[in-house]
Design a protein around this ligand. Structure first.
Ligand code: FE
Ligand code: FE
Ligand code: ZN
Length: 296
């Protein structure tokens, strides 16, 4: 195992060739984790899991230090649609995904909370929690993550408060966490460029940093509070490289996995991973950790 430092970083990869292929692809671009769609993003039928592929993946992952992979639900699902059939489809797809995730236990499954389409965010929050209450099982080995959204259209999850309200209504909330998307929160009006500390303190106050399980690292094509959700390459958008360096080195985000969803092919991802690894200041982190947790 050649690990240059302890930053857990990867990017979104195509799952069409299976887990083992994704593992090899991740290692080929310097990643030690990755994100993937559980099925076609439009939400169609999922390919059956190949146990041989999963087995090859697990030994490869152990050998190469790949950990905390993140599944992403199809982004077309809407757990809080006005249409009961659309809600039912989201529920069934997510329930099926969670069964499939038991083949790779101990990881997270991220989804977009949904759009309330005119019903109001309160009703949206209620319906999303209802969906989670229907699919979560005490014995599952996957943590379901609510992604922070940009607030495009009638998206629910545009504020930390909305995310908190969903979690508060979930019975088996031990199985629920949050994925913070840098582009989305910046577009939603959280100023991670001017006041990263303040935004993370707000997250901690409102949701609790213990719920934060994953970070999507994306620059934004649009200005602050634009509610647009268009990802840009790291350092080429309105957020800028300096903020990403602060994010990956922030003590409050210590040890979390970071996933790139920037508009890139593999070589572009390889370059971004190398750049962020280079900017990851291990020495400072060790110092901060030692100060906070003095050796006893
Ligand atoms: Fe997403
Ligand atoms: Fe995202
Ligand atoms: Zn996005």
């Amino acid at each position: 195992m050649e690990e240059t430092n302890s930053l857990t970083i990867g990017c979104h990869l195509s799952s069409s060739k299976g887990f083992y292929h994704m593992g090899k692809e991740a290692v080929s671009i310097g990643a030690n984790t990755f994100q993937f769609f559980t099925r076609n993003p439009r939400g169609s039928r999922a390919k059956a899991i190949d146990p041989g592929d999963v087995e090859r993946y697990h030994s490869f992952a152990a050998e190469h230090g790949i950990q905390r992979i993140l599944a992403h639900a199809p982004y077309t699902l809407n757990a809080c649609s006005k249409d009961p059939h659309v809600r039912e489809f989201a529920l069934e797809t997510m329930a099926d995904d969670l069964v499939r995730m038991e083949h790779v236990p101990g990881n997270c499954y991220n989804f977009h909370p949904g759009s309330h389409v005119g019903q109001g965010s309160e009703e949206g929050i209620r319906l999303i929690a209802e969906t989670l209450n229907a699919i979560l099982r005490p014995e599952q080995h996957t943590t379901v993550l609510l992604e922070t959204m940009a607030g495009k259209g009638s998206e629910v999850g545009r504020s930390f408060g909305e995310i908190r309200q969903i979690i508060d209504r979930v019975e088996l909330s031990d199985h629920v966490g949050v994925c913070l998307d840098t582009c989305h929160v910046y577009d939603a009006g959280y100023d991670i460029v001017g006041d990263l500390d303040g935004v993370l303190e707000g997250f901690d106050r409102t949701i609790g940093l213990d719920r934060l399980r994953a970070v999507h690292v994306n620059d934004s094509k649009n200005p602050f509070a634009s509610h647009k959700d268009r990802h840009e390459k790291i350092g080429e958008g309105s957020i800028g490289l300096e903020t990403f360096v602060k994010i990956i080195n922030h003590p409050a985000l210590e040890g979390l996995p970071f996933y790139l969803e920037t508009p890139n092919e593999l070589p572009g991802y390889r370059a971004e991973i190398a750049l962020l690894r280079e900017k990851y200041n291990l020495i400072k982190k060790v110092y901060v950790q030692t100060e906070r947790n003095p050796i006893q």
